[in-house]
Design a protein around this ligand. Sequence first.
Ligand code: NCD
Ligand code: ZN
Length: 376
Amino acid sequence: MTERIETLTIRRPDDWHVHLRDGAMLGAVADFTARTFARAIVMPNLDPPVTTPAAAAAYRARILEAVPKDRGFTPLMTCYLMEDTDADVVARGFADGAFTAVKLYPKYATTNAAHGVNNVRKVYPVLERMQTIGMPLLLHGEVMDADVDIFDREAVFVDQVLGRLLADFPALNVVLEHLTSAAAVAFVRDHQTGREGRLGATITAHHLHITRNALFEDGLRPHMYCLPLAKREEDKRALRAAATSGESAFFLGTDSAPHAVGAKEADFGCAGVFTAHAALELYARAFAEEEALDQLEAFASLNGPAFYGLPPNEGRVCLVRDESCVSDSIGVEGDERVHPFFAGWPVGWRVETAIGDRARGTPDRDAKSDRPLSTT
Ligand code: NCD
Ligand code: ZN
């Protein structure tokens, strides 16, 4: 039995997949991400979606407006890929730094995916250009064929779509977002060599903690509903093994996706689990359970920057054991609230300080940054 680790200091992490939304919701959730993570890949599935460099720049400005100035937080923006997206617009946005990557949503696959891609062939000219300029493609990896079981959508995607895509674009850097299946983990591992381009994958915190059983535990549980759906126990085990392996292909992406309680507890309820309030803590919990806390820094703070060709952050964050409970809900505006993952339960960890950062641990920090992550 190894000795229980009580505190852990790691390089400040980044979140390589997050939904920050807009308006009041952005105001309510943005700082949960900014106070822990130095950078975040911000998903473009707003309504209307972010499709131009100007829209990305304006959205980025609204995000920065929503977080305290001293956070040292950098949003990295993405372009929502549509069948009629112009390769020149994408390339211009990448060249001037407005876009870091392009996100492909299969049409109707998830929240605000109505403008997504039905026929991948139609976006081949854009992918061609991205391959040339070294711009990463981020994939929501699910097929939407009506005859494919919803729990098999990811496995069928990697088998029938992704393999072909990687072969057709051998130098394209691709991230398979929010892995949920052992099949996807195996696919990513099997495609680490033999191409010029890289294949990376993000893993969420909630998929390290739940299986599809969580959707039906003691009743129907809309707050456990996200896409891709959580799968079986053996899939969760494969995700935990991948995340804690230290392998450079796997990195942190929360897919924290807030929806108002009313939008989730409804017929046609929205997909998305909100984890930003305790994101790093939830990963630490899973890594601790796997006795692999020594691998958390690689997964959270090193592998992602290496994939994106960015330096790791200089700051540090300190995780401390903490048994206080996550609050039941987070206020947005008026009566509107978000139901956080692990609501009413102790995550077991809290992010205490950031070291060597402008963000925290400084005497002049604002009152907001003193809020313990687990009791907001
Ligand atoms: C995300 C959202 O709500 O924007 N929902 C989700 O279930 N993950 C979209 C997505 O990433 O699929
Ligand atoms: Zn997402």
